[in-house]
Ligand binder design. Structure first.
Ligand code: ATP
Ligand code: MG
Length: 415
């Protein structure tokens, strides 16, 4: 484990709070990550000062979640640090939000409300590391363990179950046996959790270094409570079953960590349902669109001609197509059979076609077409859907023969 070097801004905030007579520590994810030699995404500070007191000490603050005790302190350059008052979370009546939060003068109580032992450590320069729940030894043993009784903790907030899987994937840690048993028992409670929060955790899991941990979502029984068709994504007991005796191979190593690509690859057994599933998880439209296309491409034959390659590119663009080809190659490299070898060969050929189209600068979209809707209207084609139809037809001509992308040629064709 490394010694934690607090960033200057964090030291400054902690010192100021201490000088005013309060306690203050860096806490949670930032302590965990810096001990593991990972770069923390953000530094959270926990303090005995009440929000109003924090606001009096610092010149620039934002009321981020004042009812939960959180104030953002703005440092020069508009960098914000969340400073949260020590608190005990009340009962989670709906399994979602604590019904109330109570401020407490005790750091120990604040650490006790946190989800996992590795997330329940605090540190400052005066005291060093405060580790009341043996987070350090769990970190050394590479274990995700709930703070306190896992059954109680997952009943309070069911999202923690998915967080356990997510941290396991990000850190390559095992989930402690009893904690995992509790996940299996309480999986149905996940229905109470908002889809947005579920999406955040699943996306972090899929984007991690160990996306194969997604298999635990099925193994634990959580998948049935995520969305109607989610569990079908793991049902590879169709023709794909043979090469997948172990569902952990479903997402192999090396798939580039692009959000739509990881999701599309994961959902490839259910291309028809991909859109519904992602919509239900309140995914952004761009990701839904691309992931759905990707999910479908795996079971399609690869294009035979450069024209077909251009056609595909006109729908999904270069980046998405390159990403897909890379993922498809990763999957097929897992196998040694004839089909996999053939597919890998076709992927190579397709990729060289894509390279050629890119290097030639061929037109592959309406935006690159040498004529516009206005040009067509001048020809007398009435404003409306017909314009779009003609433009698409012209694009198709250009996809067949790129040299046709000249205004005179296209206008003649349009006539
Ligand atoms: P990340 O790198 O994803 O930000 P993190 O550990 O910082 O990981 P956050 O969601 O930012 O996770 O939460 C910060 C801290 O708050 C956690 O480390 C943990 O101590 C606590 N925490 C967050 N969510 C929960 C929860 N649902 N139940 C209990 N404690 C939580
Ligand atoms: Mg965080």
């Amino acid at each position: 484990m490394r010694k934690i070097e607090l960033p200057e801004n964090v030291k400054y905030i902690i010192n100021k709070l201490e000088a005013a007579g309060y306690e203050a520590y860096a806490v949670g994810g930032c302590v965990r990550d810096s001990m593991l030699g990972r770069v923390p995404e953000d530094w959270d500070i926990t303090t005995s000062a009440k929000p109003e007191e924090v606001k009096e000490i610092f010149r620039k603050t934002i009321d981020t979640g004042i009812q939960h005790g959180t104030v953002t302190v703005l440092m020069p350059g508009c960098v914000g640090y969340e400073v949260t008052t020590y608190r005990i979370d009340g009962e989670y009546l709906d399994g979602r939000h604590p019904s109330e939060v109570t401020f407490t003068p005790s750091l120990h109580e604040d650490l006790a409300r946190r989800d996992f032992t590795i997330n329940a450590m605090a540190v400052n320069d005066r005291t060093g590391v405060v580790d009341d729940f043996c987070g350090l030894s769990d970190m050394e043993a590479r274990v995700i363990r709930a703070v306190g009784d896992p059954r109680q903790r997952f009943t309070e907030d069911a999202l923690r179950m998915l967080r356990a899987l997510r941290f396991s994937a990000q850190l390559d840690f095992e989930i402690d046996k009893d904690t995992y048993e509790a996940v299996k028992e309480l999986a149905p409670n996940l229905v109470h959790v908002s889809k947005e929060r579920i999406n955040v955790e699943l996306t972090k899991l899929l984007m991690s270094d160990h996306p194969e941990v997604i298999a635990l979502v099925s193994d634990s029984g959580l998948s049935g409570y995520i969305s109607d068709h989610f569990d079908d994504a793991f049902d590879v007991s169709n023709e794909m079953a043979a090469p997948y005796p172990d569902i952990r191979q479903w997402i192999p190593k090396g798939i580039p960590n692009i959000k739509y690509l990881r999701w599309g690859t994961f959902l490839r057994a259910v291309p028809e349902e991909a859109k519904t599933i992602l919509k239900e998880l309140k995914m952004d439209n761009d990701t839904i669109h691309k992931a759905q296309i990707i999910a479908g491409l795996f079971s399609e034959d690869l294009p035979e001609s450069v024209y077909e390659v251009r056609k595909t590119l006109s729908v999904i663009g270069f980046d998405t197509y390159y990403a897909f080809l890379e993922a498809d190659a990763c999957i097929n490299r897992q196998f040694t059979g004839d089909d996999a070898m053939k597919r890998l060969e076709r992927i190579k050929v397709t990729k060289s076609h894509v390279d050629a189209v890119r290097d030639a600068g061929d037109c592959i979209s309406l935006g690159d077409l040498a004529v516009t809707g206005a040009d067509l209207m001048e020809l007398g084609i009435p404003k409306g859907p017909e314009i779009g139809m003609v433009l698409h037809k012209l694009l198709d001509e250009v996809l067949k023969v790129p040299s046709r992308n000249k205004k005179e040629v296209l206008l003649t064709l349009a006539k």
